[in-house]
Design a binder for this molecule. Structure first.
Ligand SMILES: [Zn+2]
Length: 106
């Protein structure tokens, strides 16, 4: 209590997809880590496994409340699909325009 090395917002931490943890560099050379499971359980203390330092993670527990083990992919794919379909529509429209211009009866 009151012994946090620092307070870090979750947005400033990096995500390790292999270990399924958020991490942040520790001055000792290792890194502070906190898992999604901890966040979901309203824990906000990330610890460095190599030294005794801890940081307080600033985040919104509601973001992790309905987290399942299948996780993550929803948010990621949603984002990329959106940009892709936008440009597809654009090029489809160009194609149709081009084709109809070619086949206009003389
Ligand atoms: Zn450390």
């Amino acid at each position: 209590m009151g012994a946090y090395y620092d307070e870090i917002e979750i947005e400033d931490m990096a995500w390790d997809d292999d270990k399924k943890v958020f991490h942040y560099p520790c001055p000792c050379g290792d890194r502070f880590e906190i898992s999604r499971k901890q966040l979901k359980n309203y824990e906000d203390t990330a610890t460095c496994p190599s030294c005794s330092l801890i940081i307080r993670v600033i985040y919104d527990p509601l973001d992790f409340e309905d987290d399942s083990d299948a996780e993550d992919e929803e948010a990621d794919s949603e984002e990329s699909q959106e940009t892709e379909s936008d440009s597809d529509d654009f090029y489809d429209a160009i194609d149709k325009l081009h084709i109809s211009a070619l086949y206009v009866p003389a």
